[in-house]
Design a protein around this ligand. Structure first.
Ligand SMILES: Cc1cc2nc3c(=O)[nH]c(=O)nc-3n(C[C@H](O)[C@H](O)[C@H](O)COP(=O)(O)OP(=O)(O)OC[C@H]3O[C@@H](n4cnc5c(N)ncnc54)[C@H](O)[C@@H]3O)c2cc1C
Length: 598
């Protein structure tokens, strides 16, 4: 029976028939690998996700992490699943060999990880945060910090967090107030309260390594005055053994709508609950240079945002597969052409309106997955393409696509998750089926790692207008190549190529018109509409790419790809016209609205 976690066939198509991942083995970094390795890894991930992650998805939603005033306890299945994950060497899949990694391409790593984020996003968060934390320290930490903190993380003994947000500083990290005071021995004492920190306390490993943003006493105001510190829950002795308890405790935990398996915490640093070395204050170690903490974090941002892209995509993907399975087995009603009440009812998938809901989900989730994997492959290109020019071009394209890859699956994944509930009817609204939980999980994705509005300003302000439109032109160049390939293919593909060309041209004109408005407030007022219109154009391009890759091949799988591409071009792409019209008009309704008028 086909899995309802992910589609192995779709992953196979995207990796081998579209992205031509096998050719990456021609590059020295990936020379050890072949399709055989990739297939074995994908099979292993499917098996582990099915047998050890999906199995406690419901339980971890029902039985939230418990904070007893001192520490947090999780259901045991989370620890058991993570032990298997670590033993299978999955923590280090993409890492350099010198750190014990396998140097698997990022695009394959993302495909592998998709099984875990789809099966149980709440459990998958713990290793994913640890991998992100370790990745940052490998790039910016000292060899001594790597030895003391990163190695145990990569062995699965320590876990990591990203401790940025504060109650008064979420989108605006420049306004953090956590302080770092030098002690004179090379270490610092950290004082302050953080908020929303995922995996901030738990009983999974021997230690938790918090990466904390804080300000030094002489720090300049704003984002240029933020430094990054390692603050472990327990100090680590010179021989690597666990030392004193550090002065970091929880003020409490946050009770979330979804993704409940990942504990969300409000940690307090340095309030004197513990006195390491005989004094209050959480012991911290500076990472890299003073005042450069936010820029180190921003290095991680593309990766983190692509992580959200994958989580949003797979949260919608698994719900789509579950609603598809239900639609095939739920008898209800009869065909319009044969209403004889003595006849058996037909499965609901026979009704055109249910097929509409399934097809919309298919177009959203397969479009999102393709976009997400395309961006992962750009990371490989940025790292390993043969020429410097190709590496730079990949980086430029990745920069402009990242806000879209983060936001589009988060927004349309939510719509997709809602349709999955609708397909199940009343059953979808109960807790007897997973689809409602996936819908709740999904709601986080437009909020964290930069909200939808922040992504919109990033796209229009920094990525498009900030570099004089060069990134957008580069993207348009890639789209033009696809349009030409689709025209050469002829038939339906050529029709959609013309529609995409019209969309790309119009997006370019509207961007030019927006730039001409001159005043930043006016330009940015409708940035979210710009993000959404650009997102639909980009996903239309990604669907045209898939259509070209499917070519004229026979079989249900390829017919399904063609039907979903058709749906996207006929039902979805036309939605950008009113959005682009609104943007072109320079509408100032939102800008002019006054607080008192609400
Ligand atoms: C479940 C969960 C897990 C999280 N995990 C972590 C974690 O592990 N580590 C961590 O550091 N943080 C974490 N966060 C915090 C998350 O990154 C923030 O919630 C997010 O950055 C938004 O900040 P905020 O909640 O303060 O909202 P705000 O910044 O107050 O934003 C509220 C609204 O105002 C809008 N807005 C804000 N500023 C502007 C502006 N300048 N222009 C236009 N619109 C604006 C936003 O788009 C949003 O719609 C997590 C949050 C959640 C909910």
């Amino acid at each position: 029976m086909a899995s309802t976690i992910m589609s192995a066939r779709d992953l196979e198509f995207l990796l081998y028939e579209w992205l031509d991942v096998e050719r990456l083995s021609e590059r020295p970094r990936f020379a050890e690998h072949s399709r055989e390795t990739y297939d074995a890894l994908l099979d292993l991930c499917q098996q582990l996700a099915t047998e050890h992650f999906a199995t406690h998805y419901r339980k971890s939603d029902d039985q939230e992490p418990v904070f007893d005033g001192e520490g947090v306890q999780l259901i045991p299945e989370i620890g058991e699943a993570l032990e298997r994950f670590t033993k299978a060497d999955l923590l280090t899949l993409a890492l350099d060999e010198e750190y014990g990694g396998m140097q698997v391409p990022r695009v394959v790593t993302s495909a592998c990880m998709s099984w875990f984020t789809a099966a149980n996003i709440g459990t998958a968060c713990y290793p994913f945060l640890t991998i992100a934390n370790a990745g940052l320290l490998l790039e910016h930490g000292s060899p001594e910090q790597v030895e003391r903190f990163v190695k145990p993380m990569l062995e699965g003994r320590f876990f990591g967090t990203m401790t940025l947000s504060e109650p008064q500083a979420g989108s605006s990290l420049a306004d953090i107030t956590t302080r770092a005071v030098p002690t004179g021995d090379g270490s610092y004492r950290i004082f302050g309260s953080k908020m929303w920190i995922s995996a901030g306390d738990h009983d999974l490993g021997e230690n938790i390594v918090h990466l904390v943003l804080a300000k030094l006493p002489d720090a300049p105001a704003g984002s240029r005055g933020i430094s990054l510190f390692i603050v472990p829950k327990f100090l680590v002795n010179d021989d690597g053994s666990i030392g004193e308890r550090n002065d970091v405790v929880l003020a409490g935990t946050n009770h979330k709508l979804g993704s409940r398996g990942t504990v969300n915490t409000a940690p307090v640093f340095g309030d004197g609950a513990f006195t390491p070395g005989g004094a209050a204050g959480a012991v911290g170690y500076l990472v890299g240079e003073p005042h450069r903490g936010l820029s180190y974090m921003f290095h991680m941002m593309n990766s983190a945002r692509l992580g959200v892209s994958l989580a949003a995509t797979t949260t919608a993907y698994t719900a789509y597969l579950k609603s598809l399975e239900y639609a095939r087995s739920r008898p209800q009603g009869r065909p319009l052409t044969d209403q004889d009440p003595t006849r058996q009812q037909v499965p609901i998938i026979e009704h055109a309106d249910v097929r509409r809901m399934l097809l919309a989900q298919k177009a959203y989730v397969e479009g999102s997955l393709a976009l997400s994997l395309y961006c992962s492959k750009l990371i490989d290109e940025q790292q390993t393409a043969e020429t410097e020019a190709d590496r730079l071009a990949a980086g430029q394209l990745l920069d402009v696509l990242t806000p879209i890859a983060k936001s589009w699956p988060s927004q349309w994944g939510q719509e997709s998750n809602s349709l999955a509930i609708q397909v199940l009817g009343g059953a979808g609204y109960t807790r007897d089926y997973d689809v409602e939980a996936h819908w709740r999980d999904q709601r986080l994705n437009p909020i964290h790692e930069g909200t939808h509005g922040i992504q919109a300003m990033d796209l229009l302000g920094r990525k498009v207008l900030g570099d004089g439109g060069a990134g957008l032109m580069a993207l348009a160049g890639r789209m033009t190549a696809t349009i030409e390939a689709a025209i050469a293919l002829g038939g339906e593909a050529a029709t959609y190529a013309a529609a995409l060309k019209a969309g790309v041209d119009r997006l370019g004109e509207v961007t030019f018109a927006l730039a001409g408005l001159g005043e930043p407030e006016k330009i940015m007022a409708n940035a979210s509409v710009y993000l959404e219109a650009a997102g639909h154009v980009v996903v239309a391009w990604i669907w045209l790419e898939q259509l070209v890759a499917a070519g004229a091949r026979d079989g249900d799988f390829y017919d399904g790809k063609r039907a979903a591409a058709r749906f996207f071009f006929r039902w979805e792409l036309p939605k950008v016209t009113p959005m682009l019209d609104l943007l072109a008009s320079g509408d100032t309704t939102t800008l002019e609205m006054r607080d008192a008028w609400f």
